[in-house]
Design a protein around this ligand. Structure first.
Ligand code: SF4
Length: 190
């Protein structure tokens, strides 16, 4: 399993589009940008090079790519990557397990999480004695749901303990396609 630990990256809050104001491709009277260059055909290499050069100087490149991956926006150049270059990242995003996101969520930030990251938040919250009420708030779920998640986790931990005490325990084979991917698997911009 590949995963990442906490890093200083500031993840985009859910619903926060303020980063777009800093985008180099944000066209203004003083900085006119033709949006068409971000939607080139694969053979339009000049357009692609021009768009990539702009992305290369963009201060919100990472937020741009994160937003595209998290919202499933597969059209056009985003975060310096063409549709074709971004394709594999869109396929892998569901398996991301980025601990910097888990830590940010535990700290109270409302950011995009994959299923694996939500499960990691529940485990981390439980380990740190976070109350069910607080977990509900962190994950934007009901308290009832949070209680259920903790019950499931307690059961899983108990079962694991029991299995560890067995003289011989069969190890379940890894489920294909369920490997977890960390932030580093999403390139420099993700
Ligand atoms: S990375 Fe590129 S596409 Fe994204 S906001 Fe910046 S300039 Fe625009």
């Amino acid at each position: 399993m590949t995963s990442t630990t906490h890093n200083p990256v500031r993840h985009r809050s859910l619903g926060d589009h303020s980063w777009q104001a800093e985008a180099i491709c944000h066209s203004t009277d003083y900085n006119p940008v033709d949006p068409e260059i971000f939607f080139p055909n694969p053979e339009e290499t000049n357009k692609i090079a021009t768009a990539k050069a702009l992305c290369g100087q963009c201060p919100v490149r990472r937020s741009c790519l994160d937003a595209a991956l998290e919202t499933g926006d597969t059209d056009g150049i985003r975060g310096g990557l063409t549709e074709e270059e971004r394709g594999p990242l869109h396929e892998k995003i569901a398996h991301r397990l980025d601990y910097s996101r888990v830590n940010d969520t535990i700290a109270g930030r409302d950011i995009h999480l994959t299923k694996a990251e939500r499960r990691a938040v529940i485990r981390a919250a439980y380990r740190h004695g976070v109350t069910e009420q607080r977990l509900a708030w962190l994950l934007k779920i009901t308290e009832e749901h949070a209680q259920k998640r903790y019950r499931e986790l307690r059961r899983a931990l108990r079962n694991r303990e029991l299995n560890l005490n067995q003289p011989e325990t069969a190890t379940a084979p890894a489920e294909p396609g369920r490997e977890h991917l960390g932030r580093d698997d999403f390139g420099t911009a993700a």
